[in-house]
Each structure stands twice: as C-alpha cells, then as structure tokens.
Design a binder for this molecule. Structure first.
Ligand SMILES: Cc1cc2nc3c(=O)[nH]c(=O)nc-3n(C[C@H](O)[C@H](O)[C@H](O)COP(=O)(O)O)c2cc1C
Length: 393
C-alpha cells in the first residue's frame, strides 16, 4: 500500500542521494536541463553585440572568475573609450573573505581579461589603479581603476585570449593516473611573467603534492566545522534552473533530480548547512574527495599583501588559467587554507610555511590542476546588469 509516509520516505531517499549535488559546491549541471539565459553572456561577448570598444572589451571581462562567482565588478561608462571600475560592495563575502582580498583578486582577473580583449580589437588598455586613493584595509566607494582604451592598431594580440570562453573552474575529481607534464606548467609560469611582482609556483612532485592534498583536505574539514562558513556557502548556492536564471551568480547546481526535489519543497537552505544533515555529510565527502583527487597544484604568490599585489595576483591567475586551458588541463582554486578568518589560522600558517620562499610572502591563489572531463560554463549576469545606471554612456 502506498501511503503518504512511504511517498515521503521515497522522496527523502532521493534527497539523500542527491545531497552530494546539493552541498558539493557544484558538480555542474546537465546542459539539457540547465540554465540558458544565465549562460548567454558567454556567447554574447564581442563586438557583434557590443559595437563600441569599451562595452565589447567589458563583455569579455565579465567572464572572469570570482570567489563564489559573486561577480563583484560594477562599471560606470564615460563614452566608448573611458570607464571607471568599482567594486560592488553588496557582493562581498563578509566571513570567508574578511579583508576582501579574494574579491580584489577577482577584480584583477577582470582587468586582465579586459586588457586581452582590448588588444584583440586594436586598443591598448590603459589602467590606472585606485585613481582616488588606495582603499587600504577595507574597500569603499572609491573606484578600483580608471579604464581608457587608446587606439593602437599594431598592438600585439595575445594568443591566450583565444581560450577565454573555454576556461572553467572544474569541480570534478581529476584523473590520478595521469600526471601533469612539466612543459605546460613551464608555459603557465611564462604566461604569468607578463605580470610583474608575482611568483608562480607549481608542483607535480608526488611527495609535495601529497602534503598539499592533506592540507587542502584539512582546510575542507575546518571550513565545514564552521557554521558561519557553511551558511555563507549555502546562501550563495543557486539551486535549480529557476534560481540560477533569476540570480546568475553564486555556485550553480541544477539537474533533473534537483528540479524534482524543488517541486516538492524538499530542498531547504537551512538544512543544507546543518551539520547533522545528509546533504551536509555528502557535500563534505565530495569536497574531501576533490581535494584528494589532485595530481598537481599551482599557486600565485606576492612579496606583500597590498591591494596592488592582489590585483597583480588576479591578473596572473587569469593568465595561468588560460594557458592551462590551452593545454587541455582542468583546474580549481582551493582557497580554504588561504582564508583569513580566525578558525583557519593554523592551517594558513602551515600552508605558508610549506610554500613561502621568502619572509612576508603571501600565497594569494592555490589551485589543483590535472585532467578531467569538460564541464559547462558557470552563469553570469549580463553586462548590462553590471553597468552603473548613472554616468554618461
Ligand atoms: C579569488 C578566487 C578564489 C576562488 N576560490 C575557490 C574555491 O575555493 N573553490 C572553488 O571551487 N572555486 C573557487 N574559485 C572559483 C570560482 O568559484 C569560479 O570562478 C566561479 O564559480 C565562476 O566559475 P568559472 O571560473 O568556471 O567561470 C575562486 C575564484 C577566485 C577568483
């Protein structure tokens, strides 16, 4: 006899089985059932849709990576060749990024992609950082950068640009039977040399990689131990196609099971962050599995931790990730041990002791690297959404 209770039990079983998808910070979504509008910015980038050079370059820049896919950029246009870049202060991550360091790195990624796209169209991107002063410890309403496009038809086009639509953050286990060859890592190091003041580091040595895998896993443990961090993660997950289309930021999770669970109200954000929940346990296992399935790692370090260095780190990360994409490699930043909240302090120090080459050096980005199947792109707000309403255009 099929009672309400058995039906409910059946659904809870489905909910349990899909917990991994709900809480794993995104295993991607099936394209057949996935979002459509939220992915359009990937196709729309370029001069065909955006004939003026500033909008065209910006339409590529918004494809940059950002922590939790928050897309913190906000641009005020001043004609076809000039603009001001701001940080959208509503898009900060108060707990996991208390000094907005990762947010500034994302703005650096954005500026690098902007420059590459501008050069492609025959313009030199002239970027003046912090034109009204350095924000120091906390970001404020002053601009991050002044942008000017100067026509320069003979400007060299960077071959890395060709890979900007194919770059992904890949939250899948990497093939542990396939080592990362030395040559692509050397090419990544060379790609970052265009950005002065950063140090590119990488390892394919299995003893060192094992130390980093263990540390990354410990970072996942620490992160899951914090209710606040779990809640911040759950808050920025976009579950199901409808949510993703409505808010194309955060970590997107969508597939037929998720859609079904949503219809029956079986997905609960509070529950996802609750320590005893099945979704929590499976999500935790998944994250641990990802950290351990990492044949290699790379990192970006800077001599100090000022805002300019964080921008430079973002520019370098973007270049390294485009070179990795060109070589068919998958990557995923693993930022847990780099986060500055008090609970992470011990692991933060341990990681720095392991990777630091000189006193005071800061590891700004740490990412796993290896081979994996391709994943779909992550959602983006359209360019129009990231333009400030005021300002002359
Ligand atoms: C500073 C920074 C830190 C990040 N940290 C993580 C991380 O710890 N784990 C992760 O899965 N992705 C991390 N990412 C990647 C973003 O989540 C990703 O860029 C975003 O979801 C958009 O996806 P895309 O890179 O595929 O376009 C980070 C990105 C940046 C710029």
């Amino acid at each position: 006899m099929s009672t309400g209770r058995t039906n409910r039990r059946r659904f809870l079983k489905i909910a349990g089985a899909s917990g991994v998808i709900l809480a794993a910070s995104g295993t991607g979504y099936m394209l057949t059932r996935g979002p459509t509008r939220a992915l359009r910015p990937w196709e729309q980038a370029g001069a065909e849709r955006y004939p003026d050079p500033m909008r065209a370059a910006l339409s590529y820049a918004i494809l940059a990576p950002s922590p939790y896919n928050r897309q913190p950029w906000l641009v005020q246009l001043h004609g076809p060749h000039d603009a001001l870049l701001y940080c959208d202060l509503d898009r900060l991550l108060p707990y996991t990024d208390p000094f907005n360091r990762q947010t500034v790195i994302a703005l650096g990624c954005f500026l690098e992609l902007f420059s590459l796209a501008a050069a492609q169209a025959g313009f030199a991107a002239q970027i003046t950082l912090f034109p009204e002063g350095d924000p120091g410890n906390g970001l404020d309403k002053r601009p991050i950068a002044r942008l000017h496009l100067a026509p320069q038809p003979d400007i060299p086009k960077d071959p890395l640009f060709a890979h900007c639509r194919a770059r992904r953050t890949t939250r899948e286990p990497f093939d542990m039977g396939r080592a990362v060859p030395a040559e692509p890592l050397a090419r990544m190091a060379r790609a970052t040399r265009a950005t002065t003041s950063v140090r590119f580091g990488a390892t394919r040595d299995q003893a060192e990689a094992e130390q980093l895998r263990q540390l990354a896993r410990d970072g996942v443990h620490q992160e899951f131990a914090s209710r606040t961090v779990r809640q911040e993660t759950a808050d920025f997950m976009r579950i199901g196609r409808r949510e993703i289309e409505q808010s194309p930021d955060g970590i997107a999770v969508s597939n037929p099971v998720v859609e079904l669970l949503q219809q029956f109200d079986l997905i609960d954000r509070e529950n996802m962050a609750a320590r005893k929940s099945r979704a929590f346990a499976l999500g935790f296992e998944r994250m641990e599995q990802l950290a351990l399935a990492s044949p290699g790692f790379f990192w970006i370090a800077t001599a100090d931790n000022d805002r300019g260095s964080q921008i430079a780190a973002g520019r370098a990360y973007l270049r390294a990730s485009l070179q990795a994409t060109a070589d068919g490699l998958a990557m995923q930043p693993l930022s847990q041990t780099l986060r500055e909240y008090p609970g992470m302090r011990k692991l933060y120090v341990k990681l720095h002791r392991l990777l630091m080459e000189q006193p005071g050096e800061r590891i700004q980005m740490l990412a796993r690297i290896g081979y994996a199947d391709r994943v779909p792109p992550a959602p983006r707000w359209p360019l129009e959404h990231r333009l400030r309403a005021t300002g002359v255009s």
